[in-house]
Design a protein around this ligand. Structure first.
Ligand code: AMP
Length: 528
């Protein structure tokens, strides 16, 4: 496996192959085959654009040539930061065909994250849009390029200015070597605990299973129409089954970046969307809008996760929207749990479901890593055929995030019920779950501490009726006063992702402390 990745032990790899989890097929080949099999059907819809599987194949082939001509080779890393547009799919398909590794940046990432992703993955290329919602990604690319010497190419979707235009990459290229399905196909990003996002190497074999099995669990096939509302670069909209999983089974993926009911309801009805993945705040928005307008979406199933969804609201998916519901828990590192479509209502409304794979090995443990009985709360650990054994180039972090026998520590607190369903009850990692987007507290604190007027900082998540949690930064100031607005624009100027900027900044004279002298975040949360 690519240097810096941690392979599965040989005995487990053999077992996963024998049991049919890993089928030895590169994702580029699987996508090519789907394009050939469903040539005349619609693969992608975005605004007025409708792209057939044959069109998609032609575009992916053309861009493969252009990328290969630039010198992009198997296992090269290429950071992709694009909104939900067909070009995202074309570029990723092309990279998979080469066996190069797309690194899935999120649209909200800014200089801090993008520089880190390019530097840490030693990326040779960065693919961005020209502008998204008024933000100029070429200007950002210029800064990143100045900081990352390995970055040879910037490819721009739209007006490229001095960079390479994606449209200029439509060129015939050299013959490609066969891609090894045991190698990483793509790098997802970890919501993380400390510091910057860690890179999650997902192999062709394991991610193909991830997509195939979620599609099967949700009975999603070539008649299915998937709506991508979450960023496609996030696991939730990429491969669970997401846009790539939709294409593998011959369905249609509809791409949008809007969550607004007045826009999305029309789209859902017009395209007869059957499945979409949403975070709870968006579902709550949709439910409230449907109540007002009387809209019903009976063909649609909502796959709701990334953050806790309360049972009362979950019940309203059926009663107010007329839609089906599956709740899920997922980590980019692998493990997915789902409530199944024919589960009793009580399971669907109150649990995050059962693991996807029969060979997912789940442990729920106490702080000393001792398994606790069913019904008792503990940390969720997992290993299995689609859960990584280590982050990319992260030996020290891997010692903390994985047990010596290879279980991934999710940092989530759960209860397992005797029927095998998982109920998420909290977390031990110091991350704020802001409507499904993960804000690592420590990282924001470190940025706050670089402000000359801030002596100490503690960042916590506090309950919020819309987002589930909001980010509050408590700060102890030196002498001069600073306003909340000044602190927020300071963080923005440092290049921190938009979604990590605290919602509130609250000055304090001192922090409450625990008996051992640590900042008492429980007390801070309560005071907010
Ligand atoms: P990400 O790294 O963005 O894939 O986020 C993974 C994390 O999201 C998990 O470790 C959980 O903390 C959280 N998460 C995912 N699904 C759920 C859920 N259904 N309920 C509560 N938290 C969730």
């Amino acid at each position: 496996m690519l240097d810096g990745c941690v392979p599965w032990p040989e005995d487990l790899a053999t077992r996963y192959r024998r049991e049919g989890y890993w089928q030895g097929r590169p994702l580029g080949d699987l996508l090519d085959e789907a394009c050939a099999r469903h040539a005349d059907r619609t693969a992608l819809v975005c605004g007025q654009r409708r792209i057939t599987y044959a069109d998609l194949a032609a575009q992916a082939r053309a861009v493969t040539g252009g990328l290969a001509n630039l010198g992009i080779a198997p296992l090269d890393r290429v950071v992709v930061q694009l909104p939900n547009v067909p070009e995202f799919v074309v570029v990723v398909h092309a990279l998979l065909r080469i066996g190069a590794i797309p690194v899935m940046a999120l649209p909200g990432h800014r200089r801090v994250e993008l520089t880190h992703l390019c530097a840490h993955s030693q990326a040779v290329a960065l693919v961005v849009a020209d502008q998204v919602k008024g933000f100029d990604h070429r200007a950002l690319a210029r800064q990143v390029r100045a900081d990352v010497p390995t970055l040879e190419h910037v490819v721009v979707c739209g007006d490229a200015e001095e960079f390479t235009a994606l449209t200029d990459l439509h060129r015939p290229g050299p013959d490609l070597p066969a891609v090894d399905p045991g190698e990483p196909a793509l790098f997802l990003l970890s919501g993380g605990t400390t510091g910057l996002p860690k890179l999650i190497p997902r192999t062709h074999d394991d991610y193909a299973y991830n997509m195939r099995a979620t599609a099967q669990a949700l009975r999603f096939d070539e008649h299915g129409v998937y709506l991508a509302v979450n960023p496609i670069g996030h696991n939730s909209a990429l491969g669970c089954p997401g846009v790539l999983g939709t294409l593998l089974v011959g369905g249609t993926a509809v791409l949008t970046s809007s969550v607004r009911p007045d826009e999305v309801f029309d789209l859902v009805q017009r395209e007869r969307v059957t499945l979409t993945t949403l975070v709870p705040p968006v579902v709550r928005l949709w439910i409230d809008a449907a109540r007002r307008s009387g809209t019903r979406l009976p063909h649609l199933t909502l796959q709701v996760g990334s953050a806790k969804f309360d049972p009362a609201r979950a019940a309203e998916v059926r009663t107010s929207l007329g839609a089906g519901l599956t709740q899920w828990f997922g980590v980019g590192e692998g493990l997915l749990t789902y409530t199944r479509l024919d589960d009793p209502e009580e399971i669907v409304l109150t649990t995050e479901g059962r693991p996807l794979a029969p060979h997912d090995e789940i442990l729920v443990v106490d702080p000393d890593d001792r398994p606790v009985p069913d019904g008792v709360e503990g940390e969720l650990l997992v290993r299995g055929p689609y859960t990584i054994r280590g982050y990319y180039r992260a030996e020290e972090q891997n010692r903390r995030s994985f047990t010596p026998d290879g279980y991934f520590r999710t940092g989530d607190l759960v209860r397992r019920r005797p029927d095998g369903s998982i109920v998420v009850v909290g977390r031990i990692k110091d991350v704020i779950n802001r409507g499904g987007e993960k804000v690592p507290a420590e990282e924001v604190e470190e940025h706050l501490l670089t402000h000359a007027a801030i002596r100490d900082a503690a960042v916590v998540g506090v309950a919020d009726p819309t987002l589930g949690e909001k980010t509050v930064a408590f700060v102890i100031l030196r002498d001069e006063p600073v306003t909340s607005a000044t602190v927020k624009s300071f963080l923005r100027e440092r290049g921190l992702a938009t979604y990590k900027i605290p919602d509130r900044v609250v000055p304090l004279d001192e922090f409450p402390r625990t008996a051992v002298g640590k900042v008492d975040k429980v007390a801070l949360r309560a005071s907010a």
